[in-house]
Design a protein around this ligand. Structure first.
Ligand code: NAP
Length: 255
């Protein structure tokens, strides 16, 4: 029987990179995203062409009932959840100096990125706990944070705070769930070429040319997919709570 992976925000960008890789690895993939399925028709047809088994569930990750619906539909169809990848996330609609940041923008970003990940994990983990382990592992949870979890960008402070929160909730769940045979990891992407970064493309093109990263290129959704795949292989079975940078070496302090 195929293992099952839920990938939130799996319709585009990094999430789609993860979906494609896990599909290639043999997982049945439950894709959750904000838009109706119709919007992603071409993408989903491509998955089918590549023999990737998927279920699409539309839902807002910030909404309690939608989170439950995603998990429940996955279990209804596939019987269990082996992997949860909490990838869905948003940037502030407008970059704004932290001295002018609005409470509305803070709530939007925090509710989606941090509260969404916190309570999606809680609901899915409670389901995973009821499953029989396979090769000693009941489930694997991967949270997609960002280098912004520790790098200051004063014009999108709410995003940085939301990602720092994901780092801490990764540690909390890793600690709590180890005794339940559930492993929890954080993937910390650097600058990845997706719709989210399309509005700041020129700025980052320049920074890459100037050597902002030791590996002098944009990261790709495939780069993140491969890292998530490695964590979901079960080969890191004596590792939990770990943060893996997938950032072209950006985090290395250099002189
Ligand atoms: N791009 C980067 O450089 C970068 C770097 C570090 C970390 N990250 C993080 O990586 C994750 C993915 O980023 P990305 O660049 O791939 O973003 P993206 O291209 O903007 O894609 C966002 C995905 O999340 C879904 N989504 C958005 N809001 C949602 C909501 N409220 N409920 C459910 N799904 C929602 C979207 O669904 P629809 O397609 O239906 O709208 C889409 O699938 C985010 O958590 C982001 O913070 C990105």
């Amino acid at each position: 029987m195929k293992k099952t992976a839920i990938v939130t925000g799996g319709s585009r960008g990094i999430g789609l990179g993860i979906v494609k890789q896990l599909g290639k690895d043999g997982f049945a993939v439950v894709i959750t995203a904000a838009s109706p399925e119709e919007r992603h028709r071409a993408t989903l047809e491509e998955l089918t062409k590549n023999n990737i088994e998927y279920l699409y569930v539309q839902g807002n990750i910030a909404d309690h009932n939608d989170r439950m619906k995603c998990v429940d539909r996955a279990i209804e169809k596939y019987g269990r959840i082996d992997v949860l990848v909490n990838n869905a996330g948003v940037a502030p609609k407008e970059r704004n100096d932290i001295l002018n940041m609005t409470e509305e923008s803070y709530d939007y970003v925090m509710n989606t990125n941090t509260k969404g990940t916190m309570f999606m994990t809680q609901y899915a983990a409670n389901k995973m706990i009821q499953q029989e382990p396979i090769d000693g592992i009941r489930g694997i949870i991967v949270n997609v944070s960002s280098i912004s979890a520790e790098v200051s960008s004063t014009n999108r402070g709410e995003y940085c705070v939301s990602k720092a929160g994901i780092s801490m909730l990764t540690k909390l769940y890793a600690d709590r769930l180890a005794s339940e045979d559930i492993l929890v990891y954080e993937i910390r992407p650097g600058i990845i070429e997706t719709d989210m970064t399309s509005t700041v493309k020129e700025k980052y093109d320049r920074l890459f040319a100037e050597g902002v990263c030791p590996i002098k290129r944009w990261g790709t959704p495939e780069d993140i997919g491969l890292a998530v795949s490695a964590l979901c292989s079960g080969k890191f079975r004596y590792t939990t709570g770990q943060c893996i940078f997938v950032d072209g070496g950006f985090h290395i302090q250099r002189l």
